[in-house]
Ligand binder design. Structure first.
Ligand SMILES: C[S@@+](CC[C@H](N)C(=O)[O-])C[C@H]1O[C@@H](n2cnc3c(N)ncnc32)[C@H](O)[C@@H]1O
Length: 253
C-alpha cells in the first residue's frame, strides 16, 4: 500500500463531507424560501442544552419512581440509534422502528395492528408529524396498563423553522405540538409538559375518555404563530416541580 493512501482517503472523506454539508445547506435554504409564507419572528428562548437532564433521564426517573421499578413493561416507538432504548434498565423491552434500533422492524401502525401486549410505560418518539403522533397516542391508550404512563417527545419548538412540516432544516421537532392543544379536550386527563429536551409531555392516562372534540383534529391547520401566542395556556412545568408532580401522580394512581 502506498504511504500516501491514508492521506488520500482522509482528503476524499473531507471533500465528501464538505460537499454533503454544502448541498444540504443550500437545499434547506431553498425549502425555507419555498415555505416563507409561514415565517414568523417569535422565538421561545429555551436553551435545552444547558439543562443537564434529557428524555432518557426522564424515562429512567419514571422507572425509578414507579412501584414496579425495572419490572415494568416498556415500549418505545421510534428508536433510531438506541440512545434511549439501550439506556433503559429493563430486560424485556420493546422498541419499534421501521429503519433502525429497537427489536421490532415495523412502522408503529403495523406494530399496533399485529400485537396484543400491554405496557406500563410508553415513549412515543417515532414519526414527528401531528397525524402520526396522534395515531400513536390513540393506539397507546388502547394498550397502556392501568396506572401506566405515556411520554411524548419534542413538544416545544422554539421557532417556526424548527417545527415546519415537511422540514426546512436539520434540527426538527415536527408539528407534534399540535396534539397538545387536543389533549385538554380529553375527559379526565392529567398531563404536563416538562421544560427539558425540546419539551417532554408526560401523561397519566388513567381514567381518560376520548371525546368527539378531541377526535376532530381542529388543530391540524394551525401554524407556529398559534403555538407561540397560546403557549402560556399550556400546562408546562419546570424540571424540579415536574419531578415532584410525577412522583405525586404515580403515588395517587
Ligand atoms: C427522533 S428518532 C428516535 C430517537 C430515539 N427515541 C431516542 O431517544 O434516541 C425517530 C425515529 O422514528 C422512526 N420512525 C419514523 N417513522 C416511524 C413510524 N411510522 N413508526 C415508528 N418509527 C418511525 C425513525 O426511523 C427514527 O429512527
Amino acid at each position: 500500500m502506498s504511504r500516501l493512501r491514508p492521506f488520500k482517503i482522509a482528503r476524499n472523506k473531507f471533500f465528501n463531507l464538505s460537499l454533503r454539508k454544502f448541498t444540504s445547506y443550500f437545499y434547506y435554504k431553498f425549502l425555507e424560501f419555498k415555505d416563507r409564507k409561514y415565517a414568523f419572528s417569535g422565538n421561545l428562548n429555551y436553551q435545552w442544552e444547558k439543562i443537564n437532564f434529557n428524555r432518557t433521564a426522564l424515562i429512567n426517573y419514571i422507572i425509578c419512581s414507579h412501584p414496579l421499578g425495572t419490572n415494568l413493561s416498556y415500549l418505545e416507538i421510534g428508536t433510531a440509534s438506541n440512545q434511549t432504548f439501550d439506556a433503559i434498565p429493563i430486560i424485556n423491552k420493546t422498541g419499534v422502528d421501521p429503519d433502525m434500533g429497537g427489536n421490532i422492524r415495523l412502522t408503529s401502525d403495523d406494530f399496533f395492528k399485529s400485537q396484543n401486549k400491554n405496557f406500563d410505560l410508553i415513549f412515543i418518539d417515532g414519526l414527528h408529524t401531528y397525524e402520526q403522533v396522534k395515531k400513536d397516542f390513540i393506539n397507546s391508550l388502547a394498550v397502556i396498563k392501568d396506572g401506566g404512563v405515556i411520554v411524548l417527545d419534542d413538544m416545544i419548538p422554539r421557532n417556526w423553522k424548527e417545527q415546519q412540516t415537511p422540514r426546512v432544516q436539520s434540527k426538527w421537532t415536527g408539528d407534534v405540538w399540535k396534539l397538545l392543544f387536543d389533549l385538554n379536550k380529553l375527559d379526565g386527563i392529567n398531563y404536563k409538559i416538562i421544560l427539558i429536551d425540546n419539551g417532554q409531555c408526560v401523561i397519566f392516562p388513567k381514567g381518560i375518555k376520548l371525546t368527539d372534540q378531541f377526535l376532530l383534529n381542529e388543530t391540524k391547520m394551525k401554524t407556529f404563530d398559534y403555538f407561540y401566542n397560546n403557549f402560556k395556556e399550556l400546562p408546562t412545568i419546570e424540571l424540579k416541580e415536574g419531578l415532584m408532580w410525577i412522583k405525586d401522580s404515580l403515588n395517587s394512581q
